[in-house]
Design a binder for this molecule. Structure first.
Ligand code: CO
Length: 134
């Protein structure tokens, strides 16, 4: 059911520093910051030949990644995003498999303008999973 790895998301305490490091030391193609107030984050995408890296910096006082950065102040891998052809069908299938979908269970529009859902990390080997409609 799942397709390509769309991105690996890394929570960062300093988006500008992370962007400069990937652009400079790693020679990566780094995009411009995008504020995503609905998700409580500012994101930067790093384009790699086979996938993307998504930097997440907290935006606002109730950002969902504030707690993550309190536990891991220097940042860390936050989630993996897999592509699916039909996000509603994928969700319904996962619910029948006993997986928990975060939030109200309805897809939200993600950072690429496409519907996304998040799956509970305790159901997936301690890894937060994002599904994005391909
Ligand atoms: Co993501």
């Amino acid at each position: 059911m799942i397709g390509r790895l769309n991105h690996v998301a890394i929570a960062v305490p300093d988006l500008a520093a992370a962007s400069a490091q990937y652009r400079g030391a790693l020679g990566a193609k780094v995009g411009a910051p995008q504020a995503e107030p609905d998700h409580g984050v500012t994101v930067v995408f790093v384009e790699l030949p086979n996938t993307k890296i998504e930097f997440l910096e907290p935006l606002g006082d109730d950002s969902p990644i504030l707690g993550f950065l309190e536990k891991s102040p220097s940042g860390g891998i936050h989630h993996l995003c897999y592509e699916v052809d039909d996000i509603t069908a994928a969700r319904d299938h996962l619910l029948t498999e006993g997986a928990r979908v975060l939030g109200n269970g309805e897809p939200k529009i993600g950072a690429h303008g496409k519907p996304v859902l998040f799956l509970h990390p305790k159901d997936f080997n301690g890894t937060l999973i994002e599904l994005e409609q391909a």
